[in-house]
Design a protein around this ligand. Structure first.
Ligand SMILES: NC(=O)c1ccc[n+]([C@@H]2O[C@H](COP(=O)([O-])OP(=O)(O)OC[C@H]3O[C@@H](n4cnc5c(N)ncnc54)[C@H](O)[C@@H]3O)[C@@H](O)[C@H]2O)c1
Length: 313
């Protein structure tokens, strides 16, 4: 490994923190997990253990690695303990500046000066978050895609005060441990992947609200078509192939005008229409045919493991 981080403090052990804990321990790092709420901390540890069992059963880690990972997971009763003597801190608390500032202030003052502080924020700006730190140069966003113990993408977003060398060290680290880091050159709310997801979801919601198709049909159209290709290549490369010998230039010349007609007809709202909550909820209930959240998540994770083995191992 180019950069040898050996230990991590996880702050916030909810959906993302517990999955990060499973990932970091599965690559052999010592993990200290802290959550403000005792019950969340206990549940977070349980979830992390289950995630490790899942990747072992799925064949992503060996029995020895499983044992090693389980032995690396610890919880701490205070945030100070989790922030001390670790190479990196992965903050995964609530998505608002108030809470992020409170946490960054403490972990910045309690950690060693060389500890790197990463935020899982889905779309906040690091320039704003790092204002709470005395050493903002070692703070940056490392935004995972749920669940981070499986999905390779990590978006790295520096703030105005982040040291470029630290950003590159973090990128090298994630590459060395099998993640796919993507660096943003500029901060934007929602980074890359969530902005793309938001744009697509708005249109998916609008198609349902306009009565063009039901929730289930929209989901089916996406997963059985574009979704399959997107696991292999992004939209630009996909359309480059769609342009045949002339590539993306020909694609824009040939089908650009058609795309413009569709774009002219598409949703531009920036607030979810009032009725969307009920209509989408009814549609999803029909689509899942009584399956529980955990059944669905388990099925998703099993299939994800197969795709990851195919494309990333
Ligand atoms: N859920 C997702 O799909 C997803 C994906 C990628 C990134 N994220 C980001 O990860 C972060 C966490 O999201 P989540 O979905 O895991 O939330 P969550 O609500 O599941 O977990 C947040 C945890 O933080 C704890 N917490 C709150 N304040 C705290 C504090 N001051 N100190 C310690 N712990 C505290 C809470 O008790 C809770 O257990 C957010 O910034 C979110 O944007 C979420």
């Amino acid at each position: 490994m180019a950069v040898d981080f050996k230990s991590v403090g996880i702050i916030g052990t909810g959906v993302i923190g517990s999955s990060w804990a499973a990932f970091y321990s599965s690559i052999g790092m010592e993990v200290k997990m802290y959550d403000l709420d005792d019950q969340c901390r206990r549940k977070g540890l349980e979830r992390a253990i289950n995630f490790i069992e899942g990747i072992n059963t799925g064949g992503l880690i060996s029995d020895r690695e499983r044992e090693d990972a389980l032995s690396k997971l610890k919880t701490t009763k205070t945030i100070e303990e989790a922030a001390k003597n670790v190479d990196i801190i992965q903050e995964s608390v609530a998505e608002n500046y108030h809470v992020k500032h409170a946490v960054f202030k403490i972990v910045d003052s309690e950690s060693e000066p060389e500890t790197i502080i990463l935020s899982s924020s889905s779309g906040l700006l690091m320039t704003e978050i790092q204002k709470a730190a005395h050493r903002p140069e070692r703070c940056l966003i490392a935004h995972p895609f749920n669940p981070p113990h499986l999905v390779p993408l990590v978006e790295l977003v520096p703030g105005e005060k982040t040291d470029g060398k630290i950003l590159l060290r973090v990128k090298e680290f994630f590459e060395a441990v099998g993640k796919t880091p993507v660096i943003l050159k500029k901060e934007v709310p929602g980074h890359i992947a969530n902005r793309l997801s938001a744009a697509l979801w708005r249109e998916a919601v609008d198609i349902v609200l306009k009565g063009v198709a039901d929730v289930e049909e929209v989901d089916k159209a996406l997963r059985a078509g574009p979704g399959l290709r997107w696991a292999l290549m992004g939209p630009h490369l996909t359309y480059h192939l769609g342009g045949g010998e002339g590539g993306i230039k020909h694609f824009i010349d040939h089908l650009g005008p058609a795309f413009e007609t569709w774009l002219n007809d598409m949703a531009v709202w920036t607030k979810f229409p009032l009725e969307s909550r009920e209509i989408l909820s009814e549609g999803v209930e029909k689509e899942i045919e009584g399956k529980s959240q955990s059944e669905l998540a388990e099925w998703r994770d099993q299939k994800l493991i197969e795709i990851i083995k195919l494309l990333y191992k």
